[in-house]
Design a protein around this ligand. Structure first.
Ligand SMILES: C[S@@+](CC[C@H](N)C(=O)[O-])C[C@H]1O[C@@H](n2cnc3c(N)ncnc32)[C@H](O)[C@@H]1O
Length: 268
């Protein structure tokens, strides 16, 4: 398999997300979101993430979400009392959706188009909390470099909060004939490549830019965070899923896989 250099993989991922944006807008979820977001206490956060953010404390804080997609989670941070919210994503098509949601919201987030690896200086050393959620880490070719850019947004003492899918899930293939067979190495170095649009339910048979999904095991994630000057203060694994519905087949098993994790780290 030919893997492009990191810069080209990031650019191809940007195009792939832009190619997929209209499919997300076609869903009934989008229509529901358009009306729900108008409520002042709107939140799409699940209990795990909400509970963690309450513990960390976002009330009165300046918060940035990196890889914010359509901004629904960024806008949910106001219900927890955030003073200001900035959402960053490199997909202009998803940021159009975020700005549409923002225009209907009772609150006002700022949405900035940028590759996380090239954040504008105005985002440096500015935030109390940086948030990374479901399905962001794996688009990053170099996890150490990614953490250095994320850390650059935090004030000293600021906290990074991650709620992500668990790397153990990269070892199984829910579409395989035997979805319980270990199908891929935990230490896989080459990315998974997808040529169809990125959708959360089913498949869309249509050509799109290639997207590159990189596997980062827990050791790489911890080392990347530590190397970026972040002190890990919390790490927890869960048996519930925050992935696509397809992964629900791995729930409630006797030999249960970890399905997702939370991590909090403080900038020294
Ligand atoms: C799976 S989505 C996040 C979804 C979000 N957790 C939610 O539930 O709404 C991942 C996002 O990361 C963004 N992304 C991927 N690589 C990026 C990069 N290098 N810089 C900025 N954003 C990036 C994509 O454009 C996409 O919107």
């Amino acid at each position: 398999m030919e893997v492009p250099n990191n810069k080209n993989a990031i650019e191809s991922n940007r195009q792939a997300w832009n190619d997929s944006a209209r499919h997300h807008q076609d869903s009934p979820d989008w229509q529901a979101l358009l009306s729900d977001v108008a409520q002042a206490d709107f939140s799409c956060l699940d209990d795990t993430l909400r509970g963690l953010l309450e513990e960390v404390g976002v009330d009165g804080k300046d918060v940035i979400q990196l890889g914010c997609n359509n901004g629904r989670e960024s806008l949910s941070l106001f219900a927890l009392g955030a003073r200001s919210v900035v959402g960053v994503d490199q997909s202009s098509a998803f940021l159009d959706q975020a700005r549409e949601l923002n225009s209907r919201s009772a609150h006002n987030a700022e949405f900035i188009e940028s590759d996380i690896h090239h954040l504008p200086a105005l985002l440096h050393n500015r935030f109390d909390v940086a948030l990374i959620t479901i399905g962001v880490l794996n688009w990053m070719p170099d996890i150490g470099e990614f953490f250095r850019h994320v850390a650059s947004t935090l004030k000293p003492g600021g906290k990074l909060v991650i709620y992500e899918t668990h790397p153990f899930l990269e070892m199984v293939d829910p579409d395989a004939e035997d979805p319980y067979r270990l199908a891929s190495s935990y230490f896989r170095a080459e990315p998974f490549v997808q040529e169809e649009p990125i959708v959360y339910v089913g498949k869309v048979e249509q050509q799109a830019a290639k997207s590159y999904w990189f596997v980062h095991n827990l050791g790489a994630i911890f080392s990347g965070a530590i190397g970026a000057g972040l002190n890990i203060a919390h790490f927890k694994e869960y048996a519930h899923s925050n992935r696509e519905e397809l992964y629900d087949r791995y729930l409630n098993r006797e030999a249960q896989l970890p399905m997702c994790f939370t991590l909090v780290a403080t900038k020294v």
